[in-house]
Design a protein around this ligand. Structure first.
Ligand code: ADP
Ligand code: MG
Length: 353
């Protein structure tokens, strides 16, 4: 598709230099003519969900789509091999199998995500807790679960797994990138890894000289520059219903990470009661409050992703007050008798115009 009347002269020149410097999937063409933009779409499966990339390509620049796909797939494969709890020999699975009390050296990527996870655990007073892994499995949502049958675990089983929770039992040595588990916790990074992977793909694209793109993995998004229309990206906050794609509100966004956490996609029902995949680390049970969805905007998508899950656990009142106290841009949809009520923090206000 071609979009007219957009001037890319300076940008095309910059892309040319970046191409020469880094030899990526962007190829500068010779010759002059109309300055127009085209776009490239890539999509596939990763991390138990789908990914989508839209890259706006200025005229005179050609994208080697095969090369781009190869780079993206290689990055995603490596990220999966680091963070997946579904892959037995992933780096995270190895950390989970490592001996209690013994320092375990990890990669920079895993270490960085653990640092950010613990930061948000402290920020949210433990609502966000990456040691919920055993409970996530018990409720049938995790990589270590049997899957299949939807059933509510016994009180005793929940109590047993609650004893294995506690983010403060994960000790990080900032000098050696080693992790020591002080009890047999089971670490689950599913609430942050998709956002982190979005950031990594965005970095890959930026390093290659791309300036206008959208990267999305399972609803966690990074928006850079302009959309194919030459204006900021128009992104919808979904109406939290089972029907996919119903729009609650549209936002114009650029150069920001966005994540949504909700109970309306990943859950099971028993006797008319809904059991979400988000677990309250205090009760060991899926969250039960009236918060239908939490949308967070932040510089990094990893941060937005983790904060969205944290606030989803905290519920509307505590969640909104944390957002106000810490300047987080958060938009909540709360279930009411009539439908949904929207509430948002002051930092979200500028995005609503
Ligand atoms: P959502 O977009 O609904 O927040 P995510 O995939 O980001 O979904 O996070 C949910 C996943 O995070 C769950 O499937 C589980 O693996 C993990 N998880 C559940 N409860 C918590 C929690 N309290 N803290 C951190 N991670 C959690
Ligand atoms: Mg999340």
């Amino acid at each position: 598709m071609v979009f007219a009347n957009v001037c890319f002269t300076k940008r095309a020149v910059k892309l040319l230099f970046l191409f020469i410097a880094s030899f990526t999937f962007l190829v500068a063409l010779t010759g002059c003519g109309d300055q127009q933009a085209d776009n490239v779409q890539l999509s596939g499966s990763t991390m138990g969900t789908s990914y989508n990339i839209t890259l706006v390509v200025p005229d005179k620049i050609q994208v080697d789509e095969d090369k781009l796909r190869m780079l993206v797939d290689a990055e995603l494969k490596q990220l999966n091999q680091t963070f997946s709890t579904y892959i037995d020999d992933s780096e995270l699975s190895q950390l989970n199998q490592a001996l209690v009390g013994t320092p375990f050296p990890v990669s920079r990527q895993l270490f960085d995500v653990l640092v950010l996870s613990l930061e948000i655990a402290w920020l949210s007073n433990g609502a966000f807790d990456i040691t919920v892994g055993s409970l996530v499995d018990l409720w049938g949502f995790g990589g270590g679960s049997e899957g299949g049958e939807d059933k509510v675990p016994s009180v005793q089983a929940i109590e047993r797994q609650l004893a294995r929770i506690g983010f403060s039992s994960v000790e990080l040595n900032l000098f050696s990138d080693e992790v020591t588990k002080n009890k047999a916790v089971n670490i689950d990074l599913s609430a942050i890894a998709k956002g982190y992977a979005v950031d990594r793909l965005a970095e890959l694209l930026l390093k290659s000289g791309a300036q206008d793109f959208m990267v999305e993995i399972g609803g966690e998004i990074r928006l850079q520059g302009n959309s194919p229309r030459g204006t900021p990206w128009r992104i919808a906050i979904e109406q939290p219903e089972n029907q996919i794609g119903a729009v609650h509100k549209a936002l114009n966004l650029s150069n920001v990470g966005l994540a949504t956490s909700g109970d309306y996609r990943n859950y099971f029902e028993v006797d008319g009661e809904r059991y979400s995949h988000t677990i309250d680390p205090v009760t060991g049970r899926p969250i039960t409050h009236k918060l239908a969805s939490v949308t967070v905007l932040a510089d990094s998508t990893a941060y937005a992703d983790a904060v969205a899950t944290a606030i989803n656990v905290m519920g509307p009142e505590k969640g909104l007050s944390l957002a106000e106290d810490t300047g987080l841009a958060v938009y909540l949809l709360i279930k009411t008798e009539q439908g949904f009520e929207a509430k948002y923090s002051s930092a979200f206000q500028p995005y609503l115009n």
